[in-house]
Design a protein around this ligand. Structure first.
Ligand code: HEC
Ligand code: HEC
Length: 346
């Protein structure tokens, strides 16, 4: 049963740093290896964009820099805030022109393990995703040639591109690669629950009962979708019965399949304590509201996930709900909210 024996080896390890000193010879960036604890899927990083110290540093700077937006006022970090586990406390983020989008921002924690990005999975991989918000007319509303030209004019940036990618020629592919590298380091693998699995910490009676309820298909029924693996989601697309009439078609816009009407990516439960408001449209501000939704509030319609039909309304007592919430909070890792490696570079 025990997994994660290598948990404490699971920090970002710096290995071999050899850099050419010759003036114009491309430097060798310093590889970073991410040791993944047992029980987690293998760490994914594409062959043409391996993690390096210099790449992550550049991505981190870009992530916090409003220069990527049309009027230089908005950074990725404005809608993905560290103190909120890299999501936005507003139900709908406001873009640079003061216009709100129509979906809740998503947490970027443990994004390294996800391949279909956005609520509807329309982007494939972080390199593909990174340029969407820059170009998005409601979000950062910037043209890529503009963003490239602005960065190209800043010697500190061209030096960082040189160190990370061996070229001073900025381009959008490299911007995307650097952002993706930084995002792949935003991981949470050391919650109290993880330490409990290792025998290094305890969980309270309430948390343990909550875990049983979470797993039990007749009671909580949560693990059926927010699977009980290390990531607490299988990241598949589902309609959990929020509305009888679907307003956001979700995955259907991409797949065209009727069963995907209103289906969106199932979020992880890790750090959910910090990611309010909840759901695609941020309609719930507390976990208590979410639990009451799953207890009595869900609606069954032709596109609702079949599993929701098996859940009995009113099956959860006040105590049951409190226990499930206690368990969810054991999946929190408050350290990620202040980890200096994730924060705005000086
Ligand atoms: C104006 C607010 C805003 C800004 C700025 C913004 N995002 Fe987002 N981000 C969102 C919203 C909203 C979503 C969900 C959109 C959707 O699913 O259609 C999202 C989704 C994502 C996702 C997908 C996460 C997942 O679980 O699938 C990633 C990755 C991401 N953003 C990274 C970035 C990066 C990198 C930048 C900067 C280049 C950025 N975002 C800038 C609001 C923003
Ligand atoms: C049929 C699959 C399914 C079941 C069962 C299910 N969920 Fe969900 N859950 C989802 C999907 C899909 C979403 C995203 C829906 C959305 O945002 O509109 C979601 C969203 C959530 C969110 C919001 C997360 C966020 O970041 O916005 C929480 C919290 C949550 N579920 C907790 C639970 C709990 C607790 C249970 C058990 C009582 C449960 N879920 C049962 C599929 C399910």
């Amino acid at each position: 049963m025990k997994f994660l024996p290598k948990l404490f080896a699971a920090t970002l390890l710096l290995v071999i740093g050899c850099r050419d000193t010759g003036s114009e010879q491309a430097p060798t960036p310093t590889p970073l290896y991410y040791a993944v604890p047992d029980g987690f899927p293998p760490f994914f990083s594409p062959d043409d964009n391996p993690l390096t110290k210099e790449g992550v540093a550049l991505g981190r700077k870009l992530f916090y820099d409003p220069i990527l937006s049309g009027d230089n006022t908005q950074a990725c970090a404005d809608c993905h805030r560290q103190e909120n586990a890299f999501t936005d406390p507003r139900a709908f983020s406001i873009g640079i022109d003061g216009i709100a989008g129509h979906r809740n921002s998503m947490s970027l924690i443990n994004i390294a393990w996800q391949h279909r990005l956005f609520w509807d999975g329309r982007a494939h991989g972080l390199e593909d995703q990174a340029l969407f918000p820059i170009k998005d007319p409601i979000e950062m509303h910037e043209s890529l040639p503009n963003a490239v030209a602005e960065l190209q004019a800043i010697p500190e940036y061209t030096e960082m591109f040189w160190l990370a990618f061996g070229t001073r020629q900025v381009d959008s592919t490299l911007i995307a690669k650097a952002l993706a590298q930084f995002e792949r380091t935003l991981n949470s693998i050391n919650s109290r629950y993880d330490r409990w699995r290792l025998g290094l910490d305890t969980l309270s009676k309430s948390e343990l009962v909550g875990m049983e309820l979470f797993m039990n298909n007749e009671k909580g029924g949560c693990a059926k979708c927010h699977s009980f693996g290390a990531l607490f989601s299988d990241f598949l697309f589902r309609n959990n019965g929020k509305d009888s009439i679907v307003t956001d078609l979700g995955r259907f816009n991409i797949s065209g399949l009727p069963q995907d009407i209103g289906a969106v990516k199932t979020p992880s439960m890790r750090n959910v304590e910090f990611t309010a408001p909840y759901m695609l449209d941020g309609r719930f501000s507390t976990l208590e509201e979410v639990l009451e939704f799953y207890n009595t509030g869900f609606k069954l319609g032709p596109n609702t996930d079949p599993f929701m039909f098996t859940l009995q309304k009113g099956r959860l007592s006040e105590k049951d709900k409190t226990n499930i919430i206690a368990f969810l909070k054991a999946l929190s890792e408050p350290e990620i909210l202040t980890n200096p490696a994730f924060s705005k570079p000086q």
